[in-house]
Design a protein around this ligand. Structure first.
Ligand code: F0G
Length: 359
């Protein structure tokens, strides 16, 4: 097969916002997308279903954000932008910084005070973004970023930018392209609600004109301390260890509710304990290392299974949204929360064999 070229070259005819650009405009791509749909045998056995993981940590900056950033930055460049801005819990800023660099644009990122995983901060800094830590949470950052882009010559690349959703919907295309049709159920974490909006758009477009015969039920999961859609009202002080989805007033709230309603799906809450248990399951049972927020889809699936709400025999896809190396601290704690300490040994084969229980 030909090498994967990135979501714009691969799906150009299905991306009207990019297709509408002047001929000769440049694609800003890091060859994102084309991520693996990994079978999850342990989960499949536990549920009596065929479960696969859409492993978005395999994107260039380690999260699904790259799918929407290639399109957003491509459209921004074609429109003559010189600088972009975003609010972020970390992954959007890492992605925006990388794609802005690839395009030769300046990038400013607004992140909430002190609640960003180290790996993500490092990415934004490494790619030369101007990093501002705002005294407030993600929702405050997004408010400022929106106002900034309205008043100053800087393009907003959060998922309220339609080009972001346009790129991110390609993940649904890829699932159908691999499976031959839509799955029965699609599970994913919900934070600012751009991704559930994008998947539903992608599945809908594929069902409307050919490649798929149907659409999945969308099962979205928020962290219990940051579950405004579940509660039905904004949460002023969102709290969760899954910092990526620590959001109290999602920008795509209505679209997420529409995806739930139109698909016959659900949006539910999962606790931090459930998220960490699912995170551990993915690492220790499936061999897939994700960041905590990314495990919320699996946590939710297990919650519904425990409640008898998962019919056996279904085909289920769970998006795991970001790479475990972005926020590795959670893996370095035991189930009881205590730090995992390496066993120290001398550089002696017999001693090492003894420590391994081989001798
Ligand atoms: N998983 C991860 C790893 C994320 O970084 C995000 C969002 C989500 C899930 C939720 O996706 O917002 O489309 O519902 N991160 C944003 C950011 C908010 O700034 O990086 P969503």
């Amino acid at each position: 097969a030909a090498p994967w070229r990135g979501v714009i070259p691969e799906y150009r005819e299905r991306l009207p916002l990019v297709g509408a650009l002047a001929p000769g405009s440049r694609d800003v791509t890091l060859a994102e997308g084309g991520t693996p749909l990994v079978p999850a045998p342990a989960l499949s056995e536990r549920l009596g279903c065929e479960v696969r993981l859409k492993v978005e940590g395999c994107n260039p900056t380690g999260s699904f954000k790259d799918r929407g950033m290639t399109t957003a930055i491509t459209v921004a460049v074609a429109g003559g932008a010189r600088a972009v801005v975003c609010a972020s819990t970390g992954n959007t800023s890492a992605s925006a910084a990388a794609y802005a660099t690839a395009a030769g644009l300046r990038c400013a990122v607004l992140v909430p005070d002190g609640k960003i995983a180290m790996g993500k901060l490092a990415q934004a800094v490494a790619h030369g973004a101007t990093l501002l830590q705002v005294d407030g949470n993600f929702d405050d950052c997004l408010t400022v970023a929106r106002k900034l882009s309205e008043a100053y010559p800087v393009e907003l690349v959060n998922s309220v930018n339609p080009a972001r959703i346009e790129g991110q919907k390609t993940a649904a295309f890829e699932v159908v392209d691999v499976l031959g049709d839509a799955p029965d159920v699609h599970c994913l974490p919900v934070g600012n609600a751009g991704n559930i909006t994008a998947y539903w758009k992608g599945y809908t477009e594929y069902a409307d004109d050919g490649p798929a015969t149907r659409r999945p039920r969308m099962w979205g999961f928020q962290a219990a301390g940051a579950a405004p859609i579940v509660k039905g009202h904004p949460v002023d002080q969102p709290e969760t260890i899954a910092t990526a989805i620590r959001i109290g007033n999602p920008a795509s709230w209505e679209q997420a509710v529409a995806a739930r309603e139109e698909s016959g799906g659900v949006i539910e809450a999962v606790t931090d304990e459930q998220i960490l248990a699912a995170h551990r399951w993915l690492s220790a049972r499936e061999g897939v290392f994700v960041e905590p927020a990314s495990a919320a889809g699996v946590a939710g699936l297990l919650q519904r299974h425990a409640a008898g709400q998962v019919d056996p025999g279904q085909r289920i896809v769970v998006t795991v949204t970001g790479h475990g190396l972005k926020d590795p601290q959670w893996a370095l704690r035991g189930e009881d929360g205590t730090p995992v300490q390496p066993v120290r040994v001398g550089s002696d084969t017999v001693e090492v064999a003894g420590a391994l229980g081989l001798a």
